[in-house]
Write a new protein. Structure first.
Length: 300
């Protein structure tokens, strides 16, 4: 059994335990780089140059500055946590729920493409066994039908694997993601949990992403943290593809920033299963240097 709520720190952890006690039978799960050639069985140890680290920090600055300037920026998780619960029928929660449901079909398609792309990049598609698992994972993503708004879930989104066709979404979170880009990113994160399923079907890929993120950042990204980072990476990839497919008058950087912006917290706390929010952005950008370039080079 796996348990996870996708977004928050300590508050979510407490809530996860609470749900586990009440519903012991329900399984719950809660957002490119080149590789050195290695011999079979040997892992490439990637690292970042001081220059690359400086650019990454600059890109985080862009994301979190846009959080203050952009009227459609995503609210930071710690700020969401501090807000009172929002009734399902409040205008903000309804607007968020409609946005999520409208974007669900697009998010599914983008997740499937991103998952195929990531699997190819990490070299795991050479395995017939993995390809079979990938086909099953894609079928699970395709079978998701509905977003269920839930007042008690507050600033979390989650997937109950006993009901794999539904993504449960806290009303505060629905209201706090004020853009299509932010919403696609979180929907894609949850869909990636569904893709991985209750048997960690995609563990070969998840482990490879976690190892690479650990090497690049020096952070401990193993176990459930690998899955969370992979879900976030798929979320960022899906949001980027959405932006490319739907050009508008807004800058690319501003739109990209929305896909990770909910992590621009003041209170930066992680837990055993999640990196802290700001380290989540750090890991994502380390794994995806193209995003760093686009965030820094694009004008607002
Ligand atoms: Zn998650």
């Amino acid at each position: 059994m796996k348990q996870d709520f996708s977004r928050s720190g300590a508050a979510a952890q407490r809530k996860t335990v609470f749900v586990a006690l009440l519903l012991p039978s329900i399984v719950v799960i809660c957002v490119s780089a080149s590789f050195a050639q290695t011999k079979p069985g040997q892992r490439a140890h990637a690292s970042m140059s001081p220059e690359a680290k400086a650019l990454l920090e600059q890109a985080i600055g862009v994301v979190c500055t846009q959080a203050k300037l952009d009227p459609k920026s995503s609210i930071a998780i710690d700020e969401m946590q501090a807000r009172p619960s929002l009734p399902i029928h409040s205008p903000e929660a309804r607007a968020g729920a409609e946005r999520a449901q409208r974007l669900l079909p697009v998010a599914k398609e983008l997740v499937i493409n991103s998952l195929r792309q990531l699997s190819t990049e990490y070299g795991v598609r050479k395995s017939r066994y993995f390809n079979l698992r990938l086909t099953q994972a894609i079928a699970r993503v395709n079978s998701v039908r509905r977003v269920r708004p839930d007042m008690d879930s507050r600033d979390n989104a989650s997937v109950y694997l006993s009901r794999p066709h539904v993504i449960t979404f806290g009303t505060i979170f629905l209201a706090g993601l004020r853009s299509d880009e932010g919403m696609i990113s979180v929907l894609a994160h949850e869909l990636m949990h569904i893709a991985d399923g209750d048997n960690d079907s995609l563990r070969t890929l998840v482990r490879a992403v976690g190892n690479r993120a650990s090497d690049l950042t020096g952070l401990d990204i193993h176990g459930q943290r690998s899955e969370e980072v992979t879900c976030d990476l798929i979320g960022a990839m899906a949001a980027r593809a959405y932006i490319v497919n739907s050009p508008d008058y807004e800058s690319i950087a501003r739109r990209l920033a929305r896909s990770v912006q909910h992590n621009c917290v003041d209170l930066d706390e992680g837990d055993e299963d999640h990196l802290s929010p700001r380290n989540t952005i750090r890991a994502l950008l380390a794994l995806n240097p193209g995003l760093v370039r686009e965030l820094i080079n694009d004008r607002f």
